[in-house]
Design a protein around this ligand. Structure first.
Ligand code: C5P
Length: 419
């Protein structure tokens, strides 16, 4: 997706005003510009629009509750306050502005704003008398002095039937303010946007197909969703990404150089031809074996089925992780397991010589073709010690963004160590 907000993460807090319905339009406008939008709807906001309408547009769960029983870590106030480049409050009611000015944290929106260390843009919306009230004026002055950005309000007819200043500005004007913010903003070290510029990344994705004859093959059910999302997430952080993909139904990710292959051997060859890179992520489900012989013409049915002799395919991850020349500074693999996930993944990490492994349990509910992933993140430390970090259940997109952030933090540390 092209656009001036490509890869920017925006948290949209929608509080309770009639203008809340306009925020649905704002979600679309931000997305059209390439932003990744997450929604937070206050109790008041829910009187005007539903969490379902927001999540249908953002494609992600909507945060609504400070003390939610569903312990989706993505929606905790700390995560929401940190994992974005900008927080937009639209509409911003007099009540929420007052809470912000006084540092209250009695609902999810105010708690996120208090816990936040990212810039905030407010689009106030209220009755004109409330807007002109000295209390609101003082609150706005306090917020502005703290660096909170403001767009509007506009003059016009208000929902209460009066005319005056207090209308939320139109979504296009808020979009302009967001664009303006990012044009002027220096790349933030905190959120690491653009943190991988200047680095080269190689990602493998999808299955491989190993031909038996021109129409039949050995393969697997990998959709390529996770690998493609990783390639896109690394590109969004500014990396120069080559994606080597087996056959999938997915579109090539934007801003990524994609090479299409069929077999494991072609995948390895394409990876080796990609030349020196800084980071490799092997997310492909490479077929472990291939038929020794592949017929040139379609095999005919006989009385007995043919026997197929198999031979072992090259292990791409292991080859790239253990190569003497031009080994990437960071090599990351996946380990899909049905049981003993951590133990098997630890063994795999050491055997294949990679630096990190994302281990995931595959079975009925999670795995190939599904949209969510539950990852245990393993990092090799000094003396072959291994750190184990379970991640909450996340969409494959969020896993990709979290991994890209880890990669960005890794290279930021490398840079600091070298300085
Ligand atoms: O051994 P296993 O298939 O479980 O290892 C999974 C990891 O190794 C994944 O990162 C996968 O992309 C990689 N792999 C590979 N080449 C193979 C087999 C696996 O790159 N032939």
């Amino acid at each position: 997706m092209e656009g001036s907000l490509f890869g920017r993460r925006v948290l949209l807090i929608i509080s309770g005003g009639i203008a809340a319905y306009k925020s649905l339009e704002l979600v679309r406008l931000l997305q059209k510009e390439g932003a990744i939008v997450h929604g937070l709807l206050t109790q008041g906001g829910q009187k005007f629009i539903t969490p379902l309408s927001v999540s249908a547009l953002t494609g992600a769960p909507v945060a609504t509750d400070l003390f939610s029983s569903d312990d989706d870590e993505r929606l905790s106030h700390i995560n929401l306050s940190r994992q974005n480049d900008l927080i937009v409050v639209a509409p911003a009611t007099a009540n929420l502005l007052a809470k912000m000015a006084h540092g209250l944290a009695d609902n999810l929106a105010s708690a996120v704003l208090l816990a936040s260390n990212v810039p905030v843009l407010v689009a106030p919306a209220m009755n004109s008398v409330m807007w002109a009230h000295p209390a609101t004026e003082a609150n706005i002055a306090t917020l502005r002095a703290r660096g909170v950005l403001q767009v509007g309000p506009a003059r016009g007819f208000l929902a209460c039937g009066e005319e005056g200043e207090g209308r939320m500005v139109e979504p296009l004007e808020i979009l302009d303010a967001v664009r303006g913010f990012f044009q002027n903003a220096a790349p933030s070290d905190q959120t690491m946007t653009g943190a991988l510029s200047g680095l080269r990344a190689l990602v493998t994705s999808g299955p491989t197909y190993e031909p038996l004859d021109p129409v039949r093959f050995l393969g697997n059910h990998s959709s390529g969703k996770q690998g493609h999302a990783i390639a896109a997430a690394l590109a969004a952080q500014g990396a120069d990404v080559t994606l080597v993909s087996g056959p999938t139904c997915l579109e090539d990710p934007k801003h990524v150089h994609t090479i299409h292959v069929q077999t494991a051997r072609q995948m390895l060859e394409a990876c080796q031809k990609a030349g020196a890179v800084d980071v490799v992520v092997c997310a492909a489900a490479v077929a472990d074996w291939r038929p020794v012989l592949s017929a040139d013409t379609k095999m005919k049915k006989g009385l007995l089925p043919p026997s197929v002799m198999l031979t072992v395919n090259p292990d791409i991850l292991e080859t790239l992780a253990t190569q003497q020349m031009n080994r990437a500074r960071l090599v990351v693999g996946f380990a899909a397991e049905t049981d003993h996930v951590v133990d098997y993944a630890k063994a795999k990490l050491l055997k294949k010589g990679c630096d990190w492994i994302l281990a995931n349990q595959v079975g009925q509910e999670l795995g190939f073709g599904k949209d969510d992933n539950e990852i245990i993140f393993l990092k090799r430390l000094a003396h072959d010690e291994i750190a184990v970090e379970p991640w909450p259940r996340l969409s494959k997109q969020d896993v990709a963004e979290r991994l890209a952030l880890q990669v960005a933090q890794y290279f930021a540390q490398v840079k600091r160590d070298a300085a």
